[in-house]
Each structure stands twice: as C-alpha cells, then as structure tokens.
Design a protein around this ligand. Sequence first.
Ligand code: ZN
Length: 229
Amino acid sequence: MASATDNTPSSEATLDTLLTGYLAGSLPPPVQVLVEAHLELNPESRRWASCLETVGGEVLDRLDPVAPRGRDAKLDAIFALDADPSPDATLGSPVALPTGIGPSGLPASIERYVGRSLSDVPWRTRLPGIREWKARSEDGYVASLFCLRAGHGLPPHTHRGTEMTLVLHGSFTDTTGRYGAGDISIADDEIDHRPVADPGGDCIGFVVTNAGLRLTGRIGRLLAPFTRQ
Ligand code: ZN
C-alpha cells in the first residue's frame, strides 16, 4: 500500500520487513517499540533477527548512503543474501534483549515507552468488555494498550490507515487467524475484521495506529462517535 512516508508499514508488510526496519532503526518510534516487545516475547524471532542483523550489517557496510526510495533495494539485498547464507550468518548469537514479560506485567520496552506498569494503567471502558488506554501520540501514530475480556470482541471495523497489534497476554481470533502472546497482527483498509478474545482469559495487547478505525456493519455506525481517535 502506498503511504505518505516510506517507513509506514502496511498489511502487506511481513514480519521480516518489520524486523529489518527495526534493526535499521527506520520505523516510527511507536512501531520500533512494538517490534522490540515482539522480540522480547518471541525467542524464535529474536534468533532470526540476529541472523538478519548479521547479514544486514555486511550489506549495509557495502552500500552507499541509502536514499529514501532505496530502502526496498536495501531489503532485497539483505533477503537475497539470506537465500544463500554463509555459515556465519546462520549461526549468529541471539540479539541481546531481555525476554518475556517483566514484573510490571509488560515487556520492558513497552513499560519504558508508556511509563507505567500494567497495574497502573488508567483504563477507560470503551464498550462492555473492552478497555483501552491511549498511552502516547508520536509522529502521527497513537500507541494504546487494550484489554478484551474473554469472549468479547471489538465491533466489526476496517481501518483508515495501518493498525499493528502485538498480543501481550491471552489471545484473540479474527478473520485472518489466531494471535497469541508475542504475535503481531497488521491490518489496513483492505482488512475488515472483528477481533474477539479467545475463551480462557482476557486478551491484553499493545496497538499502534496512524489513523482511526472505520466501523462497519449496522451497530458500528451507531458506535462510530465512541471509537474515533
Ligand atoms: Zn482492526
């Protein structure tokens, strides 16, 4: 999806694209935090990011300063090397990051970014079973925490921009699949979904958006004033 800035991820963005953007430091700050928290929660991604970093560093050392539109070429070069990795590239040690959820109930990266622990979050009830806290706005993005009570879901909606969601506790399911702790969901104006927290526990997540939602369906139109950013 075309975007005003070349560093705005879309639903077409793969996890590798986000990881590479994170390693290059080219993502908007709230998205950097989301990816870092994903790495804290997901050892497999952490190992893979380490490989990307090893290979990507070698590529970047050989490239001239990268113009904005050269970013795709940079990523292509990194992924092309991955198709024929050197032994060293496949044996990189994990990126040195803390793992998992900290004592605050949040990944350390998110706790630093929002400046609170999970128990101190000033939740606002948006709808029955749905609580939210808009933690920060930065560079055109809003970073929020949400809590869906087990079995409760957001109203059906699509997106005016890009919505990136990292699950921290529990899981949710929508038309694109099931997302558990550490998983990232990316949605944009081509995706119409209704995330519902799976049975067995509340689903708590960190979501970063660069535009408001557009509610779909009959109930959505009635609720629109309550869900706009
Ligand atoms: Zn959505």
